[in-house]
Design a protein around this ligand. Sequence first.
Ligand SMILES: [Zn+2]
Length: 170
Amino acid sequence: MSGPFYNRRTMATDRDDIERVRQATNIVELVEAVTTVKKQGRTFMAVCPFHQEKTPSMSLDAAQGLYHCFGCGAGGDIFKFVQETHGLRFPEALELLATRAGVTLHHDPAAAKRRGERETLTEAVQAALDFFHDRLKNSEEAGGVRSYVRGRGYDSDVVNRFKMGYAPTA
Ligand SMILES: [Zn+2]
């Protein structure tokens, strides 16, 4: 009885990993790597890398790991910052920050499997839609249905737009 249940409970979820990376990353250091950061009193101000400026107008919240530019409105967390400055998608930014922070990511195979199943299902539904749509438009036995549809005032534009279909009775 200890097999899958045991595994599921001890395996960190992606969300936990994200939080661990967040905890382990100092946003000030992160921003300093790409632009000038100045300490002003208790806050850190950075020269915004997202718009042209000489005086820093991007404030950094070291405690929350957030940035906000008063000049152009750019803002977000450490992941968004790396995505925007490196042109990465979220998983890549997470990977990069995890490596930088020395955090090992636990990929959740169950979540990946669910994603895969959802894609397969979407493809199957799409294939079915295409099939029934083609039946309605081209099959001989759907002739009566076609006249019915036309009789209801649905022209081929509507039939195509809504991918109306005909399911042959076996
Ligand atoms: Zn800005």
